[in-house]
Design a binder for this molecule. Structure first.
Ligand SMILES: NC(=O)c1ccc[n+]([C@@H]2O[C@H](COP(=O)([O-])OP(=O)(O)OC[C@H]3O[C@@H](n4cnc5c(N)ncnc54)[C@H](OP(=O)(O)O)[C@@H]3O)[C@@H](O)[C@H]2O)c1
Length: 303
């Protein structure tokens, strides 16, 4: 029987832990709540739904989340000036730039203008270098951290295992591969030019997929006893009609992003008949990413 790696269960456990911690912290004299600033440029519908998940989670645990929305045509200098302003504000603990940002802005320059100590999504080059060097003082990107915590929760060891990561983006694939390496796995990274993907993925003990290609991984790519982590989030079909207004907060957090049918990069129906454990989409890595972002925020706050 396949084991389902349920990210919602783990997210809720983390939410409880973080709520208790924040309640404890704010009892101290003059203490304030942890504060996250989300920078959004423009107003992409997908980004809006991901941002809403972060705001809801923040509200649930008692953190403050401020959404700073800037016009689509803002220039690089003005945006960097705004980020510098947030960097210098002592009551702001974490800053993230919601991706994607418009093409006229240099993504690396914008992200690197975040003070590394407030870079709670681990996207600055300083935090990336710390990841390369296995320096624990850096922030691990939220999605990667979410994957590690999901595996830990289900007592799935990483050390000495062969981990195959499909995808090599700076946002997900590379940091996840590096983190696995830091945890003493033997790591293979695959990408769109990889030959014989099926042969390589079949050799994995843990197969992590972050390609953004619906059902890329089929029953032909997997073997029994494997653990499969599906990071992919692909929105398919028309938005579904969800009147979420008035629903309980917990209910609204269930949907990531609300109002859309989502599928992963793995053909869940077929693959789950073969492997030992698998994370579903939705309900697997998605909720973990939000929870881990706030774990990082609390670390930044404590500092
Ligand atoms: N669960 C979450 O919280 C979360 C967070 C972030 C992202 N995501 C999702 O994760 C997925 C990946 O995101 P991303 O930002 O890493 O995307 P990305 O920047 O587009 O990178 C995709 C990677 O997959 C590789 N790839 C594409 N087609 C492939 C194929 N046929 N065979 C093997 N490799 C292939 C690409 O190879 P090349 O380098 O050769 O082009 C690239 O390295 C997306 O679905 C995204 O929505 C989920």
């Amino acid at each position: 029987m396949v084991k389902i790696l349920d990210g919602k269960v783990v997210r809720d456990k983390i939410a409880e832990e973080l709520t208790k911690k924040i309640e404890r912290f704010i009892k101290a004299p003059l203490a304030r709540r942890p504060r996250l600033v989300i920078i959004q440029v423009g107003s992409l519908p997908e980004s809006n739904t991901y941002i809403r998940q972060k705001i809801l989670f923040g509200k649930k645990i008692g953190a403050v989340v401020n959404l700073q929305n800037f016009k689509q045509k803002i220039d690089e200098r003005s945006l960097i000036n705004q980020i510098s302003r947030f960097n210098s504000q002592k009551n702001i603990d974490g800053i993230i730039v919601q991706q994607p940002i418009p093409q006229h802005l240099d993504k690396n320059k914008i992200v690197d203008s975040i003070e590394p100590a407030k870079d709670v999504d681990g996207q600055t080059s300083i935090n990336f270098k710390k990841l390369i060097e296995n320096d624990p003082t850096g922030f691990v990107p939220a999605t990667t951290k979410g994957v590690l915590i999901l595996l830990k929760h289900y007592k799935i060891p990483i050390a000495q295992k062969h981990v195959v990561v499909v995808g090599r983006s700076s946002l997900v694939g590379k940091p996840t591969a590096l983190s696995m390496l830091n945890k003493d796995a033997t790591v293979t990274v695959c990408h769109s030019k990889t030959q014989d993907l099926e042969k390589i993925t079949k050799l994995a003990d843990i197969l992590v997929v972050a390609a953004g290609k619906p059902k890329l991984i089929t029953k032909n790519h997997v073997s029994k006893n494997q653990v499969v982590i599906d990071i992919g989030i692909n929105v398919v079909g028309e938005p579904i009609n969800t009147d979420l207004v008035g629903n309980r907060l917990d209910k609204r957090l269930e949907n990531e992003p609300p109002g859309h049918k989502l599928i992963g990069d793995v053909d869940f129906k077929e693959v789950s008949k073969i492997v030992a454990a698998i994370s579903p989409v939705p309900g697997g890595v998605g909720p973990m990413t939000v929870a881990s972002l706030f774990q990082n925020l609390l670390e930044a706050y404590k500092e």
